[in-house]
Design a protein around this ligand. Sequence first.
Ligand code: ZN
Length: 480
Amino acid sequence: MTAPQPGQPVVFRNATVLTMDDAHTVLSNADVLVSGERIAAVGPGLAVPDGTAEIDAAGGIVMPGMVDTHRHMWQTAMRGYGADWTLTQYFVYYYLQWGKIFRPEDYYAGNLLSAIEAVDAGVTTSVDWSHGLRTTDHADAAVDALESVPGRFVLGYGNIFAGAWEWATTPEFRDFYTRRIDGKGDMLGFQIAFDLPGIEGFPEKAAFDVARDLGVNVTTHAGVWKVTGDVGINQMYDGGYMTPGTIYVHAASLSPDSYHKIAATGGFASVSTESECNAGQGYSPTWRLRKYGIPVSLSNDTSVWWSADMFAAMRATLNADRAKTHDEAHEKDETLTNHFLRAEEVVDYATRGGAKALGLDASIGSVEVGKKADLVLVKNDNSPVSFPVLHPYGHVVYQAGRGEVHTVLVNGKVVKHDHKLVGIDLAAAKAKIDATIEYLKAEHGAEEWEKGMHPEIPEHEILNNPYTYRDDVSAWKESD
Ligand SMILES: [Zn+2]
């Protein structure tokens, strides 16, 4: 099977289609025709123009491209390095010790691999929550990498090494926006990315004013245990900066009052369930956000632990939400007999929910005529988990994985076909990553590099067990 040529119309034949339209219509044995950048027709047995490339989607699921609303793409250069970290270890590593040594070329390498990984996994839109931009040279490198990969991206411009009120107000920042972002439309969006730890006097106000002046949204890690909490939310609220379209990343450890404020002002949550469960920002909050009516999108945070895999994000989110509701019931000596959160809703979080959070709902997020063609075909004829497809949402969340991503279109362009990336040089990306790893290792020294990956295990974990009666365990017996 050869990949469709650029500009050639494409039709998916005989798919199960999760349209993710307002009614969440699911179609069986349906076709999806793409012409130019857009979806031209959806329905059974479509007549198509001469020269249309046909993709046999029988047995597969066509769904909207997935949207990741928060990912620190530069850190993909260190894929998996922090698997055993807590958030504290992450902060020490990137904020205090080593984040500063990333050069523009390291930034480029991380972003490049991250962007390739995203489109390969069917994530057609990614927010690059780019918080290591010490100079605009780093920012140029970040955008150079994003523009070299045929995905849809939003640059969340940030810099953890200085106050947002310092860097966002500089002429260099304004010049960067004018040079690299302004006029790129829906292929390269822009947010200003910074956090509010509750500094007295609310200096971040200046950065909010820049966002307002440029007409762009702010994305902020909010509700991160003991780091960003209600004080920051109140500063934003009192200043009138909780505007519609603001994204609150994690939104885990907040008071009822803060959740009400987010809901009332048109904010969106970006939930990174694997991150919250592992790093410790607070219990992954979808169970709570539902109660306040806060719209949810999903994200993967950073590949220093996790990958760009939104199947994993959906699965983790359903797991964490259901675990919480079971546990709440058990605490009350009750049994939960019906789930509140369904697989269908989590697929919405990963697609339409992300599009809405980014203000892109008019262009992407559903399989509907007239929308931009950001599409994923989930199908793998060599996989025993590919059939039977009985509950298509459940199949996507619990059965499929990135290995089932057969074809991906972004803005009408085929970027992956028959399980292979189209026009992407993975070997060149690997060479750049190798050079970055070599540089980082040399800067750290071999011992520090190894140590960084293997933090100490704390001493106290196993409880003293009163029922132990082995002779060699004497503490309880002696007190008897
Ligand atoms: Zn983050």
